[in-house]
Design a protein around this ligand. Structure first.
Ligand code: MYA
Length: 192
């Protein structure tokens, strides 16, 4: 059997839900107004609205429109992977780890027609040091609908300097002028 690089290592542990994690049922704040996945100010974005679950899990709905096509009338696979990347990455809200995607594996199990709603679910599988392992699915039409897409990912925790070092100065300057473009929770600045 293939050993995927997102397989949980033996030293992984299952973390507690962070006491400052969003309440179950609460909608997560967008981490950055211009994020392609969740930013309300991103005209070309997916505009995912992500809701905290009871444990180390999240859910969201993704309305698939004609803007998301690959084949005629069908969603583009890379776009579905982006939606999974976004909801999996936002699991950092629940564990309070500011992470970036190191590896994302996606299985496309059914075509996703334009006009359909994809119900996304994501959960933490474990944490090993800076590494957060996560998995999720996209169900067609309803949370218990057929699985159209499945993903597993490895995220690596990074400090704020990851973004300040590598981000384009124009966008970083815009955030300095208007800090409300990114979400701050307490003394923690979320991944911009
Ligand atoms: C409160 C917080 C809330 C946060 C909410 C945020 C919402 C955000 C939502 C965003 C949603 C969208 C999200 C996005 O779109 S994030 C944007 C897309 N991702 C990136 O741009 C990341 C680019 N990559 C990097 O910057 C670096 O490579 C990173 C930082 C990932 C690691 O470089 P770094 O120099 O720091 O660390 P390291 O190289 O020592 O690696 C560390 C460990 O990881 C293991 N490893 C690394 N890569 C892989 C791999 N491919 N498969 C398997 N394993 C891998 C590695 O072996 C090592 O393991 P170990 O030797 O320790 O055992």
């Amino acid at each position: 059997m293939t050993a995927f690089r997102t397989d949980l290592p033996p030293e992984a542990t299952y973390p507690e839900r962070h006491p400052d994690a969003p309440e179950p049922g609460a909608e997560l704040p967008p981490h950055y107004v211009s994020c392609f996945g969740c930013g309300p100010g991103q005209p070309h974005g997916l505009h995912l609205r992500i809701v905290a679950g009871e444990g180390l899990d999240l859910s969201a709905t993704f309305e698939v429109t004609a803007d998301h096509q690959g084949a005629p009338g069908l969603a583009h696979g890379g776009l579905l992977a982006s939606a999974m990347d976004e909801i999996l990455g936002q699991l950092g809200h629940i564990t309070r780890m500011s992470c970036v995607t190191a590896r994302l594996e996606t299985d496309f199990r059914r075509p996703v027609p334009v006009g359909s709603t994809l119900c996304l679910a994501a959960r933490v599988d474990g944490v090993a040091g800076r590494k957060l392992y996560a998995s999720g699915e996209g169900h067609l039409g309803a949370p218990d609908g057929p699985v159209a897409v499945r993903a597993r990912a490895l995220f690596v925790q990074v400090g704020l300097e990851h973004f300040t070092t590598h981000g384009r100065p124009d966008e970083l300057d815009a955030i300095r002028r208007d800090p409300s473009m990114i979400t701050h929770i307490g003394d923690y600045t979320l991944n911009p």
